[in-house]
Write a protein that binds this ligand. Structure first.
Ligand code: GLA
Length: 722
């Protein structure tokens, strides 16, 4: 059979005829309703020529490509057995060029119809195709599952099973998908601490462009998303095919082009040599590789990913409270007396959740010791956390607490009691003066669960900021990642009301694996709005804004030393899961009033900011960043216009606001977040008039001239249709 899955403008055609490994004949724009004859015709027409000096049959890229099929590109799976093992040399030889064959009766397909449209026809709602492949000589089975979600997101995973008697090594078990030749330009990401998700563009040339993450977490330089698109693709234009690995350990993502076959996108967990050896009868299930197609630029990727994530999100329907985090306010200098003025100021400006960061547990006065000793330090908190929590709760706020469960300091009671729980070998490099706790060591995960469970059971804690401040370096990232997922899952099951934030020295662990079990991600340790504008723009390609912790910092950013206007800081932090990380006890009355007004606006706009469509304009001036959120009914929107540097022309082009209802009339007004600094003699007339009324089509196609913003300033506009 040839299966045609369609959803939300995306089409996927999978050929499972015969006993060859099934192949994706098409992944891209929806080709419309087709019958079996048309699909057969497409399959027949897609068979390529046989070039000179090649295998003697037409080469087709299968869903699990291997050398055994004549595929000389990166394979989907790499498996091995010890030639001296119980299955003998022939099985080992077979695995060098696997000959996987489809078990025809294993193919299962479901293609549910979605809700009916206006004329009564059902919308296609994607579906699933799954099948099993076996190599009898090698005694292995590969079960593959492909799903197209109703939102048009494609995801795939494999299960590798050892059906032999000797251990089966798994070197790679990844997803490989075809991309058309017109996808000749790549975008992915790199970064540093406090500068995460910096975009990198390059041409897709012959060879493999591979991004490998070997941090045991995504890392600050995480590739995050690898996109291949038509030349010059932008936020609103061009076709894009992209992949992301939903996994928080080591990962690989690649794009490959060669002289010999179709271009591919690949991705999966990166396995170290010997890391996965399956005993007889054992199997390995891979993480999902998530693949997205868009005909409308990068925004089209978010347009599929955000609604899909919202369909299973742990925070669906739950408001994102305004947070105050104590880290940059007081660092390790904690005490009730020190925090009381901060609690009072927080309550006054409308904070809803007060989070006590690092420094509350036994002996923790700096970052050199005590990780692992998750009991409250009586020297700082003589009555436990109770009096602080009562004070916070009494001021009308929830209470949250920082933890870093996967880590241990050499100078800790835990390391002294259980040196065997420290991952790696003694003498391995420390990182932020800390080591990793081996969660696979007998008793270690159980101990952590008991400590965290006791903290949550004994205190009124609504939220954990779950940190991870170093790379693994030693041990198995595969086993450790499974173990931390299991620990979080167990804790969530025991305390379903407690929210968890994924933090890793800022944004070094943000992926769709961790998002399944956490409620917020800390996008970066920098609260410098200039850095945050760009970090949010790209992090939100995958992760919806309601997850992205975004805090209002002090005027002078602690990470960069840059000074920013309050209005720029407020305009930037508004678009996310907003919070404050600034010692408000030192803020002026005017600043407190501005922050209070901002939290009021945030609460009012929260359903829109956290439920709408994210749109980003391709501004002509690279110094100008325009982004917004448009309600799903398109009656309401907010847009931000920011200048990151000096304008390249005296009169920057009019700002176009995409994604609105072309035929609706919108009233556009500036949101009062304090005065933005301008470099001009006179504002545009519409701006001084206080508002303007234009159609969505005019706003998208003609746009609005803006006040000439000084560098590092922003304006936020609210648009209401009438
Ligand atoms: C990491 C986090 C910060 C803060 C510190 C505390 O760096 O990213 O936000 O919690 O740890 O030590």
């Amino acid at each position: 059979m040839i299966h045609h899955l369609r959803a939300a403008g995306v089409g996927v055609i999978v050929d499972t005829r015969g006993t060859g490994v099934p192949a994706v004949l098409h992944w891209g724009p929806d080709l419309g309703a087709t019958d079996a004859a048309a699909l057969s015709a497409l399959a027949a027409a897609s068979v390529p020529a046989v070039p000179p000096s090649s295998i003697d049959v037409p080469l087709r890229l299968s869903l699990v490509p291997t050398r055994g099929e004549g595929w000389s590109g990166r394979p989907g799976v790499e498996l091995f057995r010890d030639a001296g093992g119980a299955d003998g040399a022939s099985a080992a030889r077979a695995l060098r060029a696997p000959r996987l064959e489809l078990v025809p009766e294993s193919v299962t397909v479901s293609a549910p119809a979605g809700p009916a449209d206006a004329v009564g026809a059902a919308d296609p709602a994607g579906g699933t195709v799954s099948f099993e492949l076996v190599d009898l000589d090698a005694s292995v089975a590969v079960a593959t599952r492909l799903e197209l979600t109703p939102e048009g997101v494609l995801r795939l995973r494999h299960r590798i099973e050892n059906r032999g008697r000797s251990p089966l090594g798994v070197g790679r078990a990844a997803v490989v998908l075809p991309v058309p030749a017109r996808a000749s330009e790549l975008l992915d990401f790199s970064g540093l601490w406090a500068h995460e998700r910096r975009p990198i563009r390059r041409a897709l040339e012959h060879g493999v462009h591979a991004r490998e993450g070997r941090h045991g977490r995504g890392g600050h330089d995480d590739a995050y998303l690898l996109a291949a698109g038509t030349p010059g693709f932008g936020f609103r234009t061009g076709e894009v095919w992209a992949a992301h690995v939903a996994w928080s350990g080591d990962t690989e993502l690649w794009a490959e082009r060669s002289a010999l076959g179709p271009a591919t996108l690949g991705g999966g967990e990166l396995l170290a040599p010997g890391e996965v050896a399956l005993a007889a009868g054992e199997s390995l299930e891979t993480p999902w590789t998530v693949a997205v197609y868009s005909a409308e630029g990068l925004d089209g990727l978010s347009d599929r990913l955000h609604p899909w994530i919202r369909s299973w999100s742990t925070i669906a329907g739950r408001r994102r409270p305004v947070v105050l985090n104590t880290w940059e306010a007081v660092y390790f200098d904690q005490s009730l007396a020190k925090l009381e003025p901060l609690i009072d100021a927080a309550a006054r400006v409308g904070v809803e959740r007060f989070v006590l960061d690092d420094g509350w547990f036994l002996g923790r006065r700096d970052d050199r010791r005590a990780l692992g000793d998750w009991t409250v330090d009586p020297a700082i908190w003589p009555g436990g956390l109770g009096p602080l929590i009562e004070r916070v709760r009494g001021a009308g706020m929830e209470f949250g607490l920082w933890v870093e469960p996967e880590m241990v300091s050499a100078d800790s009671e835990l390391a002294r009691a259980h040196p065997d729980w420290v991952l790696g070998r003694s003498g391995d490099p420390e990182w932020r003066f800390q080591r990793v706790l081996d969660l696979t060591a007998p008793g270690a995960a159980e101990h952590l669960f008991e400590r965290l469970d006791a903290l949550l059971a004994g205190n009124d804690i609504a939220y954990l900021k779950w940190d991870h401040n170093r790379d693994l370096l030693g041990g198995s990232a595969h086993a450790q990642t499974h173990a931390v997922y299991a620990l979080i899952d167990r804790l969530r099951a025991a305390h379903p009301g407690v929210e968890i934030e994924s933090c890793a020295s800022g944004g070094a662990r943000i992926d769709l694996g961790v998002l399944e079990r956490t409620d917020r991600v800390w996008a970066s340790d920098t609260n410098d709005p200039l850095e945050r504008q760009s970090i949010h723009r790209y992090t939100s390609l995958v992760v919806p804004p309601e997850y992205l912790g975004s805090h209002l910092g002090a005027a002078r950013a602690h990470t960069t030393g840059r000074t920013a206007e309050l209005s720029f800081r407020l305009a930037t932090a508004l678009f996310g899961s907003a919070g404050i990380e600034w010692n408000l006890a030192t803020a002026s009355e005017a600043e407190l009033a501005a922050v209070a007004a901002w939290t009021t606006q945030y609460r009012r706009l929260r359903p829109l900011l956290h439920g709408g469509r994210v749109v980003r304009a391709d501004a002509a001036d690279p110094a100008q960043l325009v982004h917004g959120v448009v309600a799903s009914d398109r009656r309401h929107a907010v847009f931000s216009v920011a200048m990151l540097a000096s304008a390249t022309t005296a009169l920057p082009p009019a700002v176009r606001m995409p994604g609105l209802d072309p035929d609706a009339d919108y009233t556009v007004r500036v949101l009062d977040l304090g005065r933005a600094r301008t470099v001009q003699d006179a504002n545009p007339a519409w701006f001084d008039a206080g508002e303007v009324r234009l159609t969505g089509r005019m706003l998208a196609e003609v746009g609005l001239p803006m006040p000439l913003l000084a560098p590092e300033n922003a304006l936020v506009f609210e648009l209401v249709a009438d």
